[in-house]
Write a protein that binds this ligand. Structure first.
Ligand code: ADP
Length: 253
């Protein structure tokens, strides 16, 4: 059966289409309409796979915008989808750290991706992709450049945990002539310090996978590895893990 998983996130809408051993993926900006973003992701998937909607057996939706997306047969939580997606990519994983645009989650999984426990921060922007986006704008950079520009050896201490105060702190640091590379390393360390206690609360059970768009940022990965004292597994398509999980769950149900 050909299936589609759509992950409608706060920043990006990701889609994965599975046909046998083949996988296609597409990403669009969520913008103000989760419903339109979901539809656009499906259109892109159909275009690149040269299929039409009548050939799709099932479509499952996940992500914060899933409730607004009536084109899916079923909605599934991000927790379940990330767990399913991760075991497909790294079957030995027992802990998942997912950092997306507006929240961060830690999920403990058992054999076959069974969810055993989870914890999440969706109350505060610190420790999320939004925090990094705001700081990148303040530094005159794109969020995709942060991991490449940082200099861990020059890391400066960012003392404010709140996004608004941290932004003021950075403006002050720039005004005093501090190098961007050191400020960025400090920002990555502050995300690591914010998320690592969530992992410790559930237990540092290896192997640990890092998923979500923020996992693309090598600086956050470095900071988390330093905090936790162990390596993190990051798949090339880490941002698509939830959509992949949704497509796999649609296929197996
Ligand atoms: P959501 O599901 O909430 O839309 P994602 O898992 O798609 O979130 O992650 C979005 C976040 O990923 C952005 O806020 C940004 O911080 C980060 N991000 C996205 N693309 C990149 C990139 N190329 N390099 C580094 N970070 C990125």
């Amino acid at each position: 059966m050909i299936t589609i998983g759509i992950d409608i996130g706060s920043v990006a809408t990701k889609g994965v289409l599975i046909q046998g051993d083949h996988r296609w993926s597409a990403m669009v900006s969520t913008g103000w309409s989760p419903r339109d973003a979901g539809r656009m992701a499906i259109e892109q998937l159909l275009e690149i796979s040269c299929l039409d909607m009548s050939q799709i057996g099932r479509t499952y939706a996940t992500g914060y915008g899933r409730v607004a997306f009536e084109a899916a047969e079923k909605t599934v939580t991000e927790i379940k989808c990330h767990a399913r997606g991760v075991v497909e990519l790294h079957p030995q994983v027992r802990t998942i750290i997912d950092i997306g645009g507006q929240d961060s989650k830690v999920i403990r999984v058992g054999e076959g991706g069974r969810v055993l426990d989870f914890t999440m921060n969706d109350k505060c922007a610190a420790g999320t992709g939004r925090f990094l986006q705001v700081m990148a704008t303040t530094l005159g950079l794109d969020v995709s450049e942060l991991g490449m520009v940082e200099e861990p050896g020059q890391a400066l201490d960012i003392t404010s945990m709140c996004t608004v105060f941290a932004e003021s702190e950075i403006i002050g640091m720039l005004a005093r002539g501090n190098p961007k590379a050191g400020i960025i390393a400090g920002l990555h360390n502050s995300v690591g310090k914010r998320v690592a206690p969530m992992v410790r609360r559930l237990g540092v059970n290896r192997e640990i996978a890092f998923t979500g768009g923020v996992a693309i940022n090598a600086g956050v990965r470095r900071a988390l590895e330093k905090e936790l004292g162990c390596p993190l597994m990051v798949a090339d398509d880490c941002q698509y893990t939830g959509a992949l999980g949704a497509a796999l769950l649609a296929r197996q149900s």
